[in-house]
Design a protein around this ligand. Structure first.
Ligand code: PBG
Length: 332
């Protein structure tokens, strides 16, 4: 694009900013409730809503309370929720068998939401970290996070979620070859309409800290995730990963974290034109919350500005813990 304008004073770019009506006319992007995916945390028990200390306003909920959250989401017009399980250290194992248990908290939550709200798009998390004794997204053998055996487990996990009624499979594990393997397995088992939103460009980020508290992984995690998650210094590699995942059958792709990686969102959207999402991750959320609680920033305005930034960067939608708060504002 080559912007053309007459020299000053014939052109005064402030003219179209002078009134709310003019600003509305020239506004290039819009955030809608339909753009939001709300990530929620499910845990064992009943009647439980337990605050996550490092994420003010975010709860771990038992399945019945997750359904109540879905009631809230539905009333607000939020059309998509993403389920993450909290697993205590005592429930974690080396073989991660809980991950493909049809009755695990996440699968029960998926089924419970779908039973009450068939039109709610329910998204899952596919990775072993919430079941793994050592907090990694893949199996660990002699200190190495092994790829191919992990992919087999991720396929089993995905099929259990598909059986539970999930609409969007969310592989967040960053193993190689998992999108193709999951897609093939879904086709072979009659789940051809289940979509895959690949965490294609997921960085090894310190912004995930509060999430790891939320899912109980902080205490469990040994070492770091740098052998499978991306180096924050890289950008071309993100395009290669997105191209690979689309070629393997991903319907949608994600960049994660969000705000510090908007350049990646823009490159991905421009390069592929595929449905592109960003994850405004826990650390991004908690930074805004903490600053607001200190009275240093205006929480509502920073929240809406940050969400709009994703749209401007080319994202079709965004996963955000702010989803209900943002929806309330958007609904007026
Ligand atoms: C792990 C997973 C993580 C997040 C989503 N899925 C953390 C990690 O990779 O360690 C982070 C989400 C957030 O920080 O809000 N599979």
């Amino acid at each position: 694009m080559t912007p053309v304008h007459a020299p000053f004073p014939a052109t005064r770019l402030r003219r179209t900013r002078a009134t709310p009506a003019l600003r509305a006319l020239v506004r290039e992007n819009a955030l809608e409730v339909g753009d939001l995916i709300w990530p929620v945390f499910v845990r064992a028990g009943e009647g439980i809503e337990e605050p996550v200390p490092s994420m003010p306003g975010v709860m771990r909920r038992s399945v019945d309370k997750i359904v109540e959250a879905a009631v809230e989401a539905d009333a607000l017009g939020i059309g998509a929720m993403c389920i993450f399980p909290y697993t205590g250290i005592e429930e974690r194992t080396e073989d991660c068998a809980g991950a493909w248990d049809p009755q695990n908290h996440a699968n029960r939550a998926i089924a419970a939401i779908k039973a009450r709200f068939p039109n709610m798009a329910v998204m899952s998390d596919v990775a072993l970290d919430t079941y793994n004794i050592n907090g990694h997204d893949g199996f660990v053998e002699d200190g190495i996070i092994v790829n191919d055996r992990t992919v087999e487990a991720l396929v089993k996990m995905s099929l259990a979620q598909a059986e539970a009624g999930v609409d969007i499979i969310g592989p967040s594990d960053m193993m190689d070859g998992r999108i193709g393997a999951i897609r093939t397995a879904l086709e072979e088992t009659g789940h051809q309409d289940v979509t895959i939103l690949s965490y294609a460009a997921k960085y090894a980020s310190a912004f995930y800290g509060p999430f790891r508290d939320a899912v109980g992984a902080s205490g469990a995690l040994t070492g770091d995730k740098k052998t499978y998650q991306m180096d924050p210094a890289n950008s071309d590699e993100a395009l290669r990963l997105v191209a690979r995942d689309l070629a393997e059958g991903a319907d949608m792709v994600m960049v994660k974290p969000g705000l510090p990686y908007l350049d990646i969102c823009r490159r991905v959207k421009d390069a592929f034109g595929a449905p592109t999402f960003a994850y405004q991750v826990s650390g991004e959320y908690s930074m805004i919350k903490a600053a607001a609680q200190n009275g240093w920033i205006d929480e509502e305005r920073v929240m809406m500005e940050s969400l709009m930034a994703f749209k401007r960067a080319g994202c079709d939608g965004v996963l955000s813990y702010f989803a209900p708060a943002a929806a309330r504002l958007l609904n007026g």
